[in-house]
Ligand binder design. Structure first.
Ligand code: ACO
Ligand code: ZN
Length: 225
């Protein structure tokens, strides 16, 4: 039976008779009552986790025409941290991370993009780091992902020499129906200006850890590398 999520392994692959939900990302077989029931259950749980009720002392770090960015720190009240954790779980699920714990929860900052409709449509997890390895340019690599589907699957090489870095982005995720509207770009911009007090981090000082194909394309466009 075909159930599960669009994970790294099966993203982009075509399953016969399978449907990918445009909103929660679950793959299920249309016409199978069991699958459809399971999808509805997952779909509702997914949307519930993204529902944002808010709290009095929320830390709004940016406001836009279509929403705001709220920052949650490890020492925040339990309900705030719990909400951030719930969202991170959903993100991990979609990214195909299975129970990967954060390297250091005490140094983790979670940024949530909340839409005007009070829905969490973006999540970014940032951690303090000291060094990172530069991704090396690949011979023949192009910047036209549509024309070059192979680029999507191609592994990449990293430099063996560590370079100093300040902020590691370990997760970045945007709700499917809201992708392509600059939400990820705006979240990274806000991280650069708020991660370290009084500093605006350069694109050299931030690092994307273990990116997915989507993440790699975004990072390449964003950092113009
Ligand atoms: N393919 C090609 N270009 C892309 C892609 C993509 N998949 N995603 C973003 N870009 C480019 C856009 O064209 C845009 O360029 P422009 O500013 O010149 O127009 C730029 O990157 C910024 O795009 P945004 O609209 O800000 O990106 P979006 O809000 O759609 O979010 C994201 C991008 C987070 C990668 C989203 O596609 C997503 O959630 N994907 C699934 C989860 C995932 O794979 N996340 C990355 C994991 S890696 C990690 O967490 C370190
Ligand atoms: Zn769904």
């Amino acid at each position: 039976r075909l159930t599960g999520f669009v994970s790294r392994q099966d993203a982009g692959q075509k399953h016969f008779g399978a449907i990918v939900c445009k909103s929660c990302g679950m793959i299920y077989t249309a016409g199978s009552p069991e699958d459809e029931a399971q999808h509805i259950q997952h779909h509702e749980r997914f949307l519930e986790a993204l529902r944002y009720v808010g709290w009095k002392k929320e830390r709004v770090v940016a406001e836009f025409w279509d929403g705001k960015i709220v920052l949650i720190l490890p020492d925040d009240p339990k309900y705030a941290v719990k909400k951030a954790e719930d969202v991170r779980e959903i993100v991990d699920n979609e990214l195909g991370f299975k129970q990967v714990s954060l390297s250091c929860p005490a140094k983790t900052k979670i940024y949530l993009f909340v839409s005007n409709e009070k829905m969490i449509v973006g999540c970014l997890v940032a951690e303090s780091i000291k060094q990172a390895f530069r991704v090396l340019a690949e011979p023949g690599a192009t910047l036209s992902p549509e024309k070059d589907t192979l680029q999507h699957q191609r592994p990449w090489r990293c430099s063996t020499e560590p370079e100093p870095a300040v902020c590691g982005i370990s997760r970045i995720w945007v709700f499917r129906p809201r992708r392509g509207k600059g939400i990820a770009r705006r979240m990274v911009d806000v991280v650069r200006s708020t991660f370290m007090y009084g500093c605006f981090l350069s694109t050299q000082e931030i690092a994307f850890s273990d990116p997915t194909p989507d993440g790699k394309l975004f990072a390449t466009t964003y950092c113009q590398t």
